[in-house]
Design a binder for this molecule. Sequence first.
Ligand SMILES: Nc1ncnc2c1ncn2[C@@H]1O[C@H](COP(=O)(O)OP(=O)(O)OP(=O)(O)O)[C@@H](O)[C@H]1O
Length: 252
Amino acid sequence: MSGRHDKEKGVNVQVLLRCRPFSDDELRNNAPQVLTCNDLQREVAVSQNIAGKHIDRVFTFDKVFGPSAQQKDLYDQAVVPIVNEVLEGFNCTIFAYGQTGTGKTYTMEGECRRSKGGPSGGLPAEAGVIPRAVKQIFDTLEDKQKKPLPLMEDGKGGVLVRGLEEEIVTSASEIFTLLERGSSKRRTAETFLNKQSSRSHSLFSITIHIKEATPEGEELIKCGKLNLVDLAGSENISRSGARDVSSLLLFD
Ligand SMILES: Nc1ncnc2c1ncn2[C@@H]1O[C@H](COP(=O)(O)OP(=O)(O)OP(=O)(O)O)[C@@H](O)[C@H]1O
């Protein structure tokens, strides 16, 4: 994750750790608890038995979200400030990285992304970073303008990717439709560690053009970009059982 305030302090990348709760299968199989999160101290303790030797290690991150952290907690504490910077015209990227089955897609997309009817008619509690960011951006812009948003393209995007489509959208529901289209094209396959494992990366970029008038009456155009990235799982092949090696990112 990167944001302007961190850049001012000379740091432009923040690393957050999220540890998901045990799944039903893991509970049934009495999976050993090797991680202990201390959200307040921003620390994670890892305790392992390697070759009969007990090893405890502690790692510190910019933020730590333990198994009880909800989607909203993570979004409010870690993502809201970044989206605010994008709305001010800065470029920021949030990407999820980790072994297969650790919760990257859950964190970025969440479950029942399109379902309505969370508390007070908002997003459902399970909604992840992407739907929340879309909502925050459009809520803010609609508040500012009180009319449909006129989006503009500058016609010279920073990166040129062959075949890449850029679509102009004016509402959150149009974005959700695009997300559905993208998700349906995403490759998934079963690994030992995740029944519906993402086998391709997902990169979702929102470019926002905001037209404002300065107190002196001059026209000002702010341009911000938010990149939301959900990488395919990185894994040790023998543990994950992934078969299509050509489509994997290999890290150890
Ligand atoms: N914080 C969480 N709370 C409850 N369930 C979670 C959480 N994080 C992940 N899960 C569940 O764990 C499973 C694996 O999560 P997910 O598919 O997001 O992993 P992933 O890291 O994206 O995996 P891959 O890299 O293989 O695509 C899913 O069933 C998901 O619903």
